[in-house]
Design a protein around this ligand. Structure first.
Ligand code: NAP
Ligand code: G4F
Length: 354
């Protein structure tokens, strides 16, 4: 038998994003061949995976990038035929909740119907042993929206509060439907907010820690935010991608809530992040109504009991450790920016519009 036949091959959409970059690292460490879907951009969008992509033992050997787009069904089926993956992780999405109010149709297309297009591409596909491909759908706690119970479990009804949340509900149910209709090994991870130093700079945690670093180095004076009273169940992204992989290693596909079981206000994140560098957040944070949303999700708190029992879920990073990890990384980044500026180089920093 050809030695490559037993090789596990993963296709990751959203490989250039926070989770995609952690998942790619995890799967490469486990010996997988990793194929990532990249969408064409006029500027570089591979910053988070450059370190692994520039490794000569990986690039073109065990890590491969392909241009395609979740809105382009043909590109997805072509990729699946070409790569013959054993596992598909659908992490690609227009993932910003506030932006989804500005671009509801695009969000529905990429984050909702995009999942259907990918499921169609894998629906009849079987690997060399005749097994259906294993499929992971990045479902979201945003689907719980205006929560009908606290804490939220796999059985809590959805009540999405944004075009993004609605798109994710569609993607979630179409994944369940394909599992039930066609026997696909398809699982949904209902992941609560997870963060890291690789988090996009327009999400609130990273927006805060980026500002803390720059304010501490004298590169920024104020931080403008929206609703400080929203509560989120925040964990560490590195822990959460491990759960995606574990879901696909189960004999039976299923849906799981992944969360820490703790919730904290945005205000508390600010307080701890500024305190990490000896500053009082109240001296720097101001409210800008442009960051408020037409409809808000006030409280998210997940119950990860099922993931704990069936997947062995145990988060390794506490809330305080997460804040410290992100502030420390952004402090280092701001110090590098300051060194460049002091040496007369230009540094481009864009104040977050989201
Ligand atoms: P992220 O950093 O925003 O990454 C999103 C990824 O999707 C990027 O690689 C992006 O490419 C790609 N993408 C966007 N539109 C696309 C399109 N039309 N076709 C193909 N790719 C496209 O998001 P994340 O935080 O890693 O989250 C990963 C997934 O989990 C997303 O589906 C998100 O909705 C979901 N999720 C996230 C959380 C969380 O707290 N992080 C919680 C629950 C669920 P570019 O790099 O080119 O922009
Ligand atoms: O960091 P956020 O933008 O994350 P949000 O809306 O909870 O969505 C994230 O988590 C979801 C899982 O629940 C994912 F599915 C989704 O893809 C994304 O990763 O905002 C968190 C909270 C919100 O209540 C928001 O109103 O922070 C509040 N907030 C206050 N000021 C702000 C700001 N959010 C942003 N982005 N920017 C602000 O200035």
């Amino acid at each position: 038998m050809d030695a490559t036949m037993n090789q596990k091959r993963a296709l990751i959409t959203g490989i250039t994003g926070q989770d995609g970059s952690y998942l790619a690292g995890l799967l490469l460490n486990k010996g997988y061949d990793v194929h990532g879907l990249v969408r064409r951009s006029s500027s570089f969008n591979t910053g988070r995976i450059d370190a692994i992509y520039q490794d000569p033992h990986l690039a073109g050997v065990r890590l491969h990038l392909h241009y395609a787009d979740l809105t382009d069904a043909n590109s997805l089926s072509r990729l699946v035929r070409q790569i013959e993956p054993t596992e598909v992780y659908n992490l690609g999405a227009q993932s910003h909740v506030r932006v989804s109010f500005d671009q509801p149709i695009y969000t529905a297309d990429a984050s909702g119907v995009g999942a259907l297009k990918l499921l169609e591409a894998v629906r009849d596909y079987r690997d060399h042993s005749g097994a259906p491909v294993r499929y992971y759908q990045a479902s979201s706690s945003e689907m719980f929206g205006k929560v009908v119970e606290v804490p939220q479990t796999e059985k809590t009804p959805f009540y999405p509060r944004s075009p993004y949340g609605v798109a994710k509900v569609y993607a979630h149910w179409i994944t369940v439907n394909y599992r039930e209709s066609y026997g696909l090994h398809a699982s949904c991870g209902i992941l609560f907010n997870h963060e890291s130093p690789r988090r996009g700079e327009t999400f609130v945690t990273r927006k805060i820690t980026r500002a803390v670093g720059r304010i501490h180095c004298g590169l920024q004076k104020k931080l403008y935010l929206g609703n400080l009273h929203a509560k989120r169940d925040w964990g560490f992204a590195g822990d959460y991608v491990e759960m995606m992989w574990r879901m696909l290693q189960q004999d039976q596909p299923d849906d799981y809530v992944v969360a820490t079981g703790e919730t904290h206000e945005v205000r508390e994140f600010c307080e701890k992040a500024f305190a990490r560098v000896g500053l009082d957040w109240r001296d720097f944070v101001e409210i800008d109504p442009r960051y408020l949303r037409p409809a808000e999700v006030d409280l998210l708190l997940g119950d990860p009991t099922k993931a704990k029992q069936k997947l062995g879920w145990e988060p390794t990073v506490t809330f305080d450790e997460l804040v410290a990890m992100m502030v420390d990384a952004d402090l280092e980044l701001a110090q590098r920016e300051k060194t460049l500026l002091d040496a007369g180089h230009s540094v481009t920093f864009k104040t977050s519009r989201d």
